[in-house]
Design a protein around this ligand. Structure first.
Ligand code: C2E
Ligand code: CA
Ligand code: CA
Ligand code: CA
Length: 280
């Protein structure tokens, strides 16, 4: 038994070691990814429920590395944050989003909004506002065309600073979306002090909305009502089924996004989606 115990330790150790090696490999990969053009931005369409009109797209980063293959954002964003690489990744995404906006412009879509995810690290970076202004000025894009998706947790960390910063961005014309709404703490009371233009109900609530879970239905309805009272638009993410769409329409939700309409797709494909909307 002692012998076995010893072996277990060895196995455990090796596993830990593997983990450490993998993380440091991933970290090195991440450091080179921008220069090696391994990142791509995919776009997922968002629609107004009323009139079934295309409203915008959410920009979502994709990383393909020759050694690791596709690495999902959930497994590298955290690492990008702790290493600070997230700042450059973020500016890359905003740059790409601006190029995409110009392509939409050319096709006659002059007021489509592109939403980009902004991590707490990015938001608290002192250069963020200036950099963003430089980028949109370079492309000649109005701030109204961009929406920054922030999570409650992002705002909670150094609340005053981040709220001030968001308020300034909002004043300049940028839209602000409160992402993953309902998953954090003290959501409702903070709504009044965060300068958002839109609230995005987390996928987990939408998932359960048709499972005869009365509490969940009431919760979603309440979130939509309160958001409207505050003057915010409401987006539901992760809509996969028609039954969910019907429920949300009945609750006066403003916008929807999810696999029911489209997965996130490369820009060329996203442009085709907008072309088809024009015809339809
Ligand atoms: P998120 O901002 O909540 O993004 C929504 C996630 O749900 C995306 O996963 C999207 O592909 C997925 N999704 C969309 N519709 C559906 C659906 O109908 N069903 C299901 N099951 N999933 C759906 P993704 O692209 O893997 O991104 C995961 C997270 O990584 C994002 O969550 C966001 O927090 C982060 N992320 C992605 N791109 C960026 C980025 O450019 N910058 C930063 N800071 N974070 C990013
Ligand atoms: Ca998001
Ligand atoms: Ca979300
Ligand atoms: Ca999320």
């Amino acid at each position: 038994a002692k012998e076995l115990g010893k072996n277990n330790w060895v196995i455990f150790d090796e596993k830990m070691n593997e983990q450490v090696i993998r993380t440091s490999k991933l970290e090195n990969g991440l450091k080179n990814a921008l220069h090696s053009h391994e990142f791509m931005v995919y776009y997922q369409p968002q629609y107004l429920i009323k009139g079934k009109k295309l409203f915008g797209y959410e920009a979502l980063i994709r990383w393909y590395n020759p050694e690791f293959g596709f690495v999902t954002p959930d497994s590298f964003i955290g690492l990008a944050e702790t290493t600070g690489i997230i700042n450059d990744i973020g500016y890359f995404v905003i740059n790409e989003a601006c190029k995409f906006i110009l392509e939409l412009d050319e096709r006659g879509w002059k007021d489509i909004t592109i939403s980009v995810n902004v991590s707490p690290i990015q938001l608290s970076n002192q250069m963020f506002e200036d950099k963003v202004m430089n980028i949109i000025e370079y492309y000649g894009i109005r701030p109204e065309r961009l929406c920054f998706e922030v999570t409650e947790t992002a705002v909670m960390q150094s609340f005053k600073d981040n709220v001030d910063k968001l308020a300034r961005l909002r004043k300049k014309g940028f839209k602000i979306s409160l992402d993953d709404f309902g998953t954090g703490y003290s959501s409702l009371s903070y709504l009044k002090s965060i300068p958002v233009s839109e609230v995005k109900i987390d996928r987990s609530f939408i998932n359960d909305i048709c499972k005869k879970d009365e509490m969940n239905v009431k919760l979603v309805r309440a979130i939509i009502e309160i958001s409207h009272d505050f003057g915010f638009k409401v987006v539901a993410e992760g809509v996969e089924e028609n039954s969910q769409l019907d429920m949300l329409a009945g609750m006066n939700c403003d916008m929807v996004q999810g696999y029911l309409f489209s997965k996130p797709v490369p820009s060329e494909e996203a442009l085709r989606i907008s072309d088809n909307c024009m015809q339809g």
